[in-house]
Design a protein around this ligand. Structure first.
Ligand SMILES: Nc1ncnc2c1ncn2[C@@H]1O[C@H](COP(=O)(O)OP(=O)(O)O)[C@@H](O)[C@H]1O
Ligand SMILES: [Mg+2]
Length: 729
């Protein structure tokens, strides 16, 4: 269908009298074509455009139903490539090769340049023409009306000549040559010579079907419909900025998608795409996820809840996006059903489904990190969770995540990011990856003129796996996780009865169940997520109230603020699973999701311990410092000057004093304490020590935590009297 012209001469040859074919003048159709500017036309049946498209929509905004386009894309394609012999022939019989005549006048492309409402200004021409295929299979029906030069009056319909200049999209062979976008214009070959008509083949059939634009009217694009090398009709919402510069990226994208382009006419292709301003409008979504105030949800493959929104991106195919493969019922039977009684698997599914709920209840990004030994099924749990949205490419590993992080996260907004094997990440980068993911915004970068460019934004849930906890992994890079990082990605141990599994559902061993799940998630995926969104769109539910109900369960009760925050995350995961079960997406008994979330919250709590992470880290740091340096960098505080001289040490961190019935108290200098608790602010350190009861004594003045202490004959200096105690597990 989209054969590139084999014969250059043929493509470029001038239109001659010989080219004339049988003409059917049809003034009634021609009326639509009168615009006084060059036109862009589509000929043949199965127009690339919507059949409703005309050049003269009266409504200023005509919304396009994208489904119609997709339906069209599935139309069976017709026919006909003439033999080379016929192609070269210039006699009238050529007319018969054209179109088989099923198209109607409406097949002509919309968005004529001549549409005054859209005003492609500055383009000359005095004539406009529409080429339609007639009903007679052997006749190319050419309806045209033109304006007489300068007069604004129609020109007589006396020729089969296309309007010049004009672009015509032909889906079939014509007297000019192969199917494609044709430019009909003039060229002057020398001084004093009359302009001669030229007919140039630009590319295989490609039509501009609609103007796309974001809701805020900031970003425009064009909905392109084209036929690829295999004859499949495809669509792409192309951002207008791809027409900047030499358009190399645009051509690369089209070539990759199976559009053939005449290299010599490449600049004209950009001209063609811009020249045409169709009437029809489609809303462009630059991000996946909720749009239209939560009334629609955009996935690269489809938009749920709205027919006139399309995902617009510089690349037609982005690796690793949500996609649907296989069978939903088979996924339910072979994957989801095995999560029953297996909290690690069930929670993976819940976390994955919770992505779209974050926006509904205004919560930040966050997720869980499955920790456990090798080959116990952690990745299997991740496979199960990620199969809610996509397949193999949907999952990522931690390796190199920092590089493409912003793009990846933004592309997965309102869904779930699945990162396998944290040990593959650079330990130094893990912390910043987690913070960035949790914050939901990318770095601000200046563009060439210095103003801040669009900052990537996202909001998603996270599933991660690894043999070690975040802290252990980060420690390898000399970093310590901050409390904020540890509540964003919750460490959960996965050692259960059979690896990550509690029950094997008839399998004899964990390995067999793991292998079954891996195989099933490779075949069936990407159904549950879209089905969940569809159900959310159709249901009016107060998600916040439901969440509060779940949070109120005694199992989610927590004392300190961090545990409370974590409990509410688990309640959210329970909510996602419960809703999905009620929607009939998960074949689970009622309360299964809550059971899984409660169990995983318990596991988290056991691993993390009570209290604030930061407090624990500070106490641990001080205790570690004392056990490392207690003998080397502290000396006995005797108060005796001579003894002090003897006990001269380098890098003193303080003194110690043994108190009866109490034990040894370490008198930290301010510098010593700061060194021991590097990474934490001193006031925060002191409040942690104070609330743990580690500050043995201090001056009476209000708010003081240090104590003026007499060391030998020196002036009294302020020291922190610290009595280490056991840290609660
Ligand atoms: N619970 C289990 N018991 C025994 N073998 C298992 C179990 N889970 C997985 N395996 C085996 O280990 C392999 C790796 O599984 P995977 O889920 O990638 O484990 P992990 O990520 O924990 O290393 C599987 O192909 C399977 O053969
Ligand atoms: Mg693994």
């Amino acid at each position: 269908m989209t054969n590139k012209p084999e014969n250059e001469k043929q493509n470029r040859r001038k239109t001659t009298a010989k080219d004339k074919i049988k003409i059917n003048v049809d003034d009634s159709k021609g009326a639509r074509g009168i615009k006084g500017t060059p036109t862009v036309e589509t000929t043949s049946s199965g127009s690339l455009d919507s059949p409703t498209g005309g050049t003269e929509g009266t409504s200023p905004v005509e919304m396009l139903d994208i489904k119609t386009m997709v339906d069209q894309a599935e139309k069976p394609k017709r026919k006909t490539k003439p033999t080379p012999a016929t192609r070269q022939s210039n006699d009238n019989s050529k007319g018969t090769r054209g179109t088989k005549g099923t198209a109607t006048a409406g097949a002509a492309s919309s968005g004529s340049l001549g549409n005054p409402a859209e005003g492609t200004t500055g383009t000359n021409p005095e004539k406009s023409e529409r080429i339609d295929s007639g009903n007679n299979a052997n006749v190319v029906n050419l309806s045209s009306r033109r304006r007489q030069k300068g007069s604004g009056l129609p020109l007589p319909d006396d020729t089969n000549e296309p309007a010049r200049p004009s672009y015509v999209v032909r889906e079939d062979w014509s007297q000019f040559g192969p199917p494609g976008v044709w430019y009909h214009g003039h060229k002057t070959s020398g001084k004093d010579k009359d302009p001669e008509p030229v007919n140039l083949w630009l590319c295989s059939p490609l039509s501009v079907a609609a103007v796309t634009c974001t809701d805020d009217k900031r970003y425009f694009g064009r909905l392109l419909v084209f036929i690829d090398t295999f004859g499949t009709r495809r669509t792409w919402a192309m951002p207008m900025e791809m027409l900047r510069g030499s358009c190399e990226e645009l051509r690369g994208e089209l070539l990759a998608a199976g559009v053939h382009i005449d290299h010599r006419e490449r600049t004209r292709l950009a001209d063609y795409l811009q020249w045409k301003t169709p009437q029809r409008r489609v809303t462009a979504a630059l991000r996946t996820g909720w749009t239209r105030d939560g009334k629609a949800f955009v996935l690269p493959e489809k938009v749920i809840g709205s027919e006139d929104v399309i995902y617009q991106s510089e690349t037609m195919h982005q690796e690793g996006m949500a996609e649907t493969v296989g069978d939903f019922a088979a996924w339910q039977k072979d994957v989801a059903a095995y999560c029953v009684g297996n909290p690690i698997l069930a929670l993976s599914v819940c976390v994955s489904l919770a992505g779209p709920l974050l926006a509904k209840i205004q919560q930040d990004s966050g997720g869980v990190h499955w920790v456990g030994d090798s080959s116990i099924g952690k990745s299997t749990a991740l496979f199960v969770g990620s199969s809610v949205w996509g397949g193999e490419t949907y999952r990522r590993t931690w390796r190199g995540t920092a590089n493409g992080l912003e793009g990846t996260a933004a592309a997965l907004t309102d869904t779930c990011l699945c990162l396998d094997e944290i040990n593959e990440a650079d330990p130094k980068e893990i912390g910043s990856i987690i913070y960035a993911l949790g914050n939901g915004t990318g770095k601000t970068r200046a563009n060439r003129i210095g103003s801040a460019r669009n900052v990537a934004r996202w909001r998603l849930t996270l599933l991660s796996t690894g043999e070690r906890t975040l802290s252990a992994q980060m420690a390898e890079g000399g970093k310590q996780p901050k409390a904020g990082q540890l509540v964003r990605l919750l460490n959960i141990p996965t050692a259960r009865a059979f690896g990550v599994f509690d029950v094997l559902h008839g399998f004899t061993e964990g390995r067999a169940l793991s292998d079954h799940l891996k195989a099933a998630t490779a075949k069936h995926y990407g159904h549950a997520g879209p089905a969940f969104i569809d159900a959310i769109l159709k249901t009016e539910t107060d998600y916040c109230a439901m969440l509060e109900n779940i949070k109120a369960k005694p199992e989610f009760a927590a004392e300190d603020s961090q545990a409370k925050r974590v409990a509410s995350r688990f309640a959210l995961y329970a909510l996602a699973g419960t809703l999905a079960q009620e929607f009939g997406i998960l074949p689970w008994p009622a309360n299964e999701a809550i059971r899984a979330a409660v169990e995983c919250y318990r596991l988290w709590y056991e691993m993390h311990g009570g209290g604030s992470t930061e407090d624990r880290q500070i106490l641990e740091a001080v205790a570690d410092f004392i056990s490392r340096n207690g003998d080397g960098r502290f000396t006995c505080k005797s108060g005796n000057n001579d003894e002090q001289k003897e006990s001269f040490i380098l890098n003193r961190a303080g003194w110690w004093i043994d108190l009866e019935d109490i034990g040894r108290v370490y008198l930290f200098t301010s510098d010593g304490l700061k060194e021991a608790t590097k990474g934490h602010d001193l006031p925060r350190v002191l409040s942690a020590l104070d609330s743990a009861g580690w500050i043995h004594s201090h001056d009476k003045e209000k708010g003081k935590r240090s104590k003026k202490t007499d060391i030998g004959n020196r002036k009294k200096i302020s020291l922190y009297w610290i009595l280490p105690k056991d840290i609660e597990e």
